[in-house]
Design a protein around this ligand. Structure first.
Ligand SMILES: Nc1ncnc2c1ncn2[C@@H]1O[C@H](COP(=O)(O)OP(=O)(O)OP(=O)(O)O)[C@@H](O)[C@H]1O
Length: 311
């Protein structure tokens, strides 16, 4: 096993704001080079955890290390220089152009200005580099914030709700750039309240709910943790529905509902292949099949899938 320190280690961290318990006994570890997703509904504690991992707020209990260095130790200043951060609301200066904003952040970070033009190109803003930020859309501001987070080629990048305001093409481009940055060796931590958007894109997921970790692991691990029935939706002419029900009568665990020519069958995972085989044998009867697999939202957040689709 490698002795290389974890990029981040959070051990039994709690955070209280007066009576409010923002985080309760949270432990997680981020491996170097990983793309790590932190998911949870509004108020789950994502931003609070981010702020603490950046050393901007102190835990009420527990310990956080970044690259093996405690965030409350003297050496953390050095570590922080290698961190890029896009806050949830990236506030900038409307009177400056995109390029001027990036120059300003480069100066503050004490990195050279020479990379700024290429960074704006990387986030798809080179055509707007000379325009004042006042005229930028929300998505363009997010892209500028992303460029700012990449200044100085950080080896650890924190992105808090980075796709807010981006359209679907913008989201696609954003993740593509992020993969490239990861390929260059960076560790990336990203928050979202839309599980469906990032579940396929990150290597490791932590689901936070009301300040506690509801689940964590790879997507496959999370899926394996909870088992829910699949839903099959069929189109079957009304006159053929009774024979279909009879053909499926011997199978355990099915829940069948029929409305008009729509037939819905809830099926335990262990029965899915047998059910499909039985349906294929009824090809003349079944006109159409759609299989709905339960989403992770259904499993862990109780959004019922509709929440994700609404965004
Ligand atoms: N500075 C603060 N003072 C008091 N309460 C706070 C403070 N910061 C956060 N909280 C509370 O802590 C809880 C977690 O908030 P946090 O912003 O970390 O959640 P979040 O998951 O980032 O939510 P969102 O998706 O809305 O950004 C909330 O109940 C919030 O009201």
């Amino acid at each position: 096993m490698s002795n290389k320190p974890k990029a981040i280690e959070v051990a039994h961290v709690s955070k209280h704001y007066g009576q409010i318990e923002a985080l309760n006994d949270v432990s997680l570890a981020v491996a170097p080079g990983e793309m790590f997703g932190l998911i949870g509904p509004n108020g789950a504690g994502k931003s609070t955890l981010f702020k603490m991992m950046l050393g901007l707020a102190a835990p009420s209990a527990g310990e956080i290390r970044v690259h093996g260095v405690r965030i409350d130790g003297r050496d953390f200043r050095q570590v922080r220089r290698r961190i890029g951060y896009l806050p949830e609301s990236f506030v900038t200066y409307d009177n400056l152009t995109g390029l001027e904003v990036l120059h300003l952040f480069a100066d503050l970070k004490q990195v050279g200005r020479d990379s700024c033009g290429a960074l704006l190109e990387r986030v798809g803003l080179s055509g707007a580099a000379g325009r004042r930020v006042r005229g930028y859309s929300k998505g363009m501001r997010q892209r500028l914030g992303f460029a700012q987070a990449l200044l100085g080629k950080p080896d650890l990048i924190f992105l808090d709700e980075p796709t807010n305001g981006l359209d679907p093409q913008g989201i696609h481009d954003f993740y593509q750039t992020l993969r490239e940055v990861q390929g260059e060796g960076a560790t990336i931590i990203i928050t979202s309240h839309i599980l469906a958007e990032i579940q396929e894109r990150v290597d490791h997921l932590v689901i936070l709910q009301s300040g506690r970790i509801a689940a964590q692991g790879t997507l496959a691990q999370l899926r394996a943790q909870r088992v829910m029935p699949s839903l099959l939706e069929l189109t079957v002419a009304a006159a053929r529905q009774a024979p279909l029900r009879a053909a499926l009568a011997g199978m355990d665990g099915l829940d069948i509902a029929m409305h008009g020519d729509n037939v819905r069958i809830s099926c335990p995972p262990a029965q899915k292949v047998a059910l499909l085989a039985a349906l294929f044998a009824e090809q003349g009867t079944v006109q159409h099949i759609t299989i709905h697999e339960p989403s992770l939202e259904d499993l862990f957040l109780g959004y019922g899938g509709r929440h994700a689709q609404a965004h």
